[in-house]
Design a protein around this ligand. Structure first.
Ligand SMILES: C[S@@+](CC[C@H](N)C(=O)[O-])C[C@H]1O[C@@H](n2cnc3c(N)ncnc32)[C@H](O)[C@@H]1O
Length: 221
């Protein structure tokens, strides 16, 4: 992981309160990564899903509508009040199957050990500090049932000359003004997973319009 300065929680909150529904314009590079995540996540047998940094609830809507069993329950957490309002409105149709909670940015949760079949975090690790990323991964390990799956997607370094240049440019902008890129920077997520605690099931690089995303699905050991 690079040792970039990351945005403080209050800065992240301000950025995402401002961005709001515009977050969904990132679909041009996120959608193909979501496709890979859904394919590797095995959501057809996920009865309980928690998502940290759920944003507008776009992925949650897709999961509940098309991929999870009809009785599956979803809990989303986000520190931006604007994002929470958008996600609640979007997921309202699912009634008590979906709950969205506003947090103070803390990455430990009250749910009991083994409470979830899936823990999802997309384009979140790439804006967290190293310590926060470790806390989140430790918490995901605690929250998952045996054979549950951690489902991650995030910005990463491209491998072709063009996508590598795009990530380099993105990284430079992040160093100068992290808020301009939503606090996110290219990150290699896999080295953050302690492989004595996780078994990696899917590890894919997806590039769309020159922007590369790393998709990682892992099961706790
Ligand atoms: C780049 S957006 C990604 C949103 C969504 N997951 C997606 O892929 O479109 C990051 C989201 O994480 C939220 N976030 C950032 N830091 C957080 C934290 N410490 N706890 C909870 N949510 C956080 C932001 O408010 C924002 O909604």
């Amino acid at each position: 992981m690079t040792t970039h300065r990351t945005l403080s929680r209050s800065d992240v909150e301000a950025v995402y309160d401002r961005v709001g529904a515009w977050q969904d314009t990132q679909a041009f590079y996120e959608a193909p990564a979501f496709d890979a995540l859904v394919a590797g996540g095995g959501f057809a047998d996920a009865r309980s899903v928690v998502e940290v940094g759920c944003g507008t609830g776009k992925l949650a809507e897709r999961l509940l509508q098309n991929h999870c069993p009809s009785a599956a329950r979803y809990a989303g957490y986000d520190l931006s009040g604007t994002m929470v309002r958008i996600a609640r409105a979007r997921l309202g149709a699912f009634g008590n199957r979906a709950a969205v909670h506003e947090t103070d940015g803390g990455l430990t949760f009250d749910d009991p050990d083994g409470a979830y079949d899936r823990v999802v975090a997309t384009y979140l690790l790439d804006l967290l500090s190293r310590d926060d990323a470790r806390t989140l991964l430790g918490e995901a390990h605690r929250l998952l049932r045996a054979n549950g799956r951690l489902c991650l997607a995030g910005l990463t370094w491209g491998q072709s000359p063009f996508s590598w240049c795009v990530s380099g440019l993105w990284n430079t902008v992040h160093r100068i003004r992290p808020g301009w890129v939503g606090g996110c920077r290219p990150l290699r997520q896999r080295p953050l997973l302690n492989e004595t605690r996780w078994s990696v099931r899917t590890h894919t690089l997806v590039t769309a319009w020159g922007v590369s995303s790393e998709v990682l699905v892992a099961t706790p050991l």
